[in-house]
Design a protein around this ligand. Structure first.
Ligand SMILES: NC(=O)c1ccc[n+]([C@@H]2O[C@H](COP(=O)([O-])OP(=O)(O)OC[C@H]3O[C@@H](n4cnc5c(N)ncnc54)[C@H](OP(=O)(O)O)[C@@H]3O)[C@@H](O)[C@H]2O)c1
Length: 258
């Protein structure tokens, strides 16, 4: 059995969480241009408002949300139901990245990272699941990262938060496939955004946010569970994770300056 893709985005009811910058903003713009009705969330209201072309535009719904606050997510979801009567796609993009190594391990940052990157999507999924299960249709798409495939240097909190996303999506898939609800696990490589601007190393196969958004929309249309890009980088990392640990650690140490 194969899960359904989104044949068109036109008139589809979409909720993009993390639409105020970077990959999420590019996805929101592309979805709006494709004719979808798009609810946009994030904490920075001014950034979200920039996506609304005119105040009378009812194609875009601005719903500020902090993903760490369950009540705000529930309220935003309720607003979507009141305005549109249902939801076709939850695209969860929000995330935070603070590079961290063992000699500066900060538990407060680690807790915040897990709260935003792993519990955040779980809160959003918990909010929309009753709607999608009742509809027997819909798409849940969550942005993880290739950093979740296996341990990488400097990702002491970020890596585990993204590894959790992989397991969460895989586990959701079993239950939602028979219900007609599709799950999409999105694993980008390096994309030029505010988050990666802090990296002090050369990022291989770096993409623009627009390219990333096109890959995501293409994967959603094809009904792919595993949306990963750019393939030459994500495919290489997928290969690395099946190697025995001594070889894996040796190769990563050679490629990454640590
Ligand atoms: N860029 C890459 O190379 C790369 C690679 C793999 C995966 N990713 C993932 O892609 C996603 C987007 O990252 P990006 O690179 O586009 O970075 P970005 O430009 O910094 O975007 C991060 C987004 O997350 C939102 N966000 C952060 N904390 C939030 C919170 N507590 N509540 C609500 N929204 C929150 C931000 O909105 P507000 O600040 O307005 O709340 C913003 O919209 C993240 O999940 C990231 O881990 C990125």
């Amino acid at each position: 059995m194969k899960q359904k893709g989104m044949d068109t985005f036109s008139e589809k009811r979409v909720w993009v969480i993390g639409a105020s910058s970077g990959i999420g903003q590019a996805c929101a713009k592309a979805l709006i241009a494709s004719g979808a009705k798009v609810a946009i969330s994030g904490r920075r209201i001014e950034q979200l408002n920039q996506l609304v072309s005119s105040p009378s535009n009812d194609q875009v719904l601005v719903l500020p949300v902090d993903v760490a606050i369950e009540l705000q997510i529930a309220h935003a979801h309720q607003m979507i139901l009141e305005c549109w009567g249902g939801l076709d796609l939850l695209l969860f993009v929000s995330g935070m990245y603070v590079p961290m190594r063992a000699d500066d391990f900060d538990i407060a940052i680690a807790e915040k990272t897990i709260d935003t990157n792993l519990l955040g999507p779980m809160r959003a999924v918990a909010a929309v699941l009753p709607t999608m299960l009742k509809q027997h249709a819909g798409h849940i798409a969550i942005v993880g990262s290739v950093a979740g495939y296996s341990g990488l240097p400097k990702a002491l909190a970020y890596g585990p938060s993204k590894a959790g996303i992989i397991n969460f999506c895989e586990t959701l898939y079993y239950d939602l496939l028979p219900q007609g609800v599709s799950v999409h696990m999105i694993s980008p490589g390096f994309v030029a955004t505010e988050a990666t601007a802090q990296n002090d190393f050369e990022m291989p196969a770096l993409m623009t946010t627009e390219q990333a958004a096109q890959e995501i929309l293409k994967g959603l249309q094809a009904g792919e569970f595993d949306i990963h890009f750019p393939k030459r980088f994500s495919g290489f990392l997928k290969f690395l994770r099946i190697l025995p640990y001594p070889l894996y650690f040796w190769i990563v140490r050679r490629f990454v300056k640590i």
